[in-house]
Ligand binder design. Structure first.
Ligand SMILES: C[S@@+](CC[C@H](N)C(=O)[O-])C[C@H]1O[C@@H](n2cnc3c(N)ncnc32)[C@H](O)[C@@H]1O
Length: 186
């Protein structure tokens, strides 16, 4: 068991599915990746009700890290905040409500930088999130994008760009929903 609040969320699979949360094993992968990478500045695009965010925040709490998470839905982010508070992890997370591209451009304008970025919002915008990731992540920064198999068509331009780019070392992972995992190399 990772955390009792995560377990409580998992006890209601319908609620998780209705809010497009990661499958359990994919969330474990996200958590482990962040633990192994010891990322301190983590950025998530697509909070929903905070299932994936809890995994990021738990990793953050164990390695003196912090999570910034973005979602257009204030209502879903309120549910995420409640879960984070119950888990006593809210101090590790900044919840930013708004359109992802607008918020990401704002973070860039503020000079923010991240070690890790998890992309899980509007699939047709992945290609634009990638341009912003190139500016927001330093060399060695890691990007994980969800749903690259389940939404293959909508993410095709993103997949072609990141796997064909000399800027990234990338793997198109054939997990059930599909993950693209990449490291910025220059
Ligand atoms: C797949 S869900 C995120 C699931 C979450 N990462 C998890 O695994 O628990 C996608 C979320 O992205 C948000 N979203 C979609 N398009 C967006 C956009 N353009 N800007 C901001 N948020 C967006 C939706 O409101 C939704 O809550």
């Amino acid at each position: 068991m990772l955390h009792p609040v995560i377990e409580r969320m998992e006890a209601d699979p319908k609620r998780l599915k209705d809010h497009w949360s990661l499958p359990r094993e994919d969330a474990r992968f996200l958590y482990l990746l962040c633990r192994i990478g010891r990322f301190q500045r983590m950025l998530e695009v697509g909070t929903s009700i905070g299932y994936s965010t809890l995994h990021l925040a738990l990793a953050a709490s164990l390695q003196d890290g912090h999570v910034t998470t973005i979602d257009a839905s204030a209502e879903r982010q309120a549910q995420a905040l409640q879960a984070l508070q119950e888990a006593q992890l809210a101090d590790r997370v900044a919840l930013l409500q708004g359109d992802a591209l607008t918020v990401l451009n704002g973070l860039l304008a503020q000079g923010k930088a991240y070690d890790f970025m998890f992309i899980d919002a509007r699939k047709s915008e992945y290609i634009q999130y990638l341009s912003l990731a190139e500016a927001l992540l330093p060399v060695g920064g890691v990007l994980l994008a969800d749903n690259t198999r389940s939404h293959r068509q909508q993410t095709a331009d993103f997949i072609a760009q990141i796997t064909g780019s000399s800027l990234w070392e990338a793997s198109d992972l054939e997990t059930p929903n599909g993950f693209v995992l990449a490291r910025k190399r220059k």
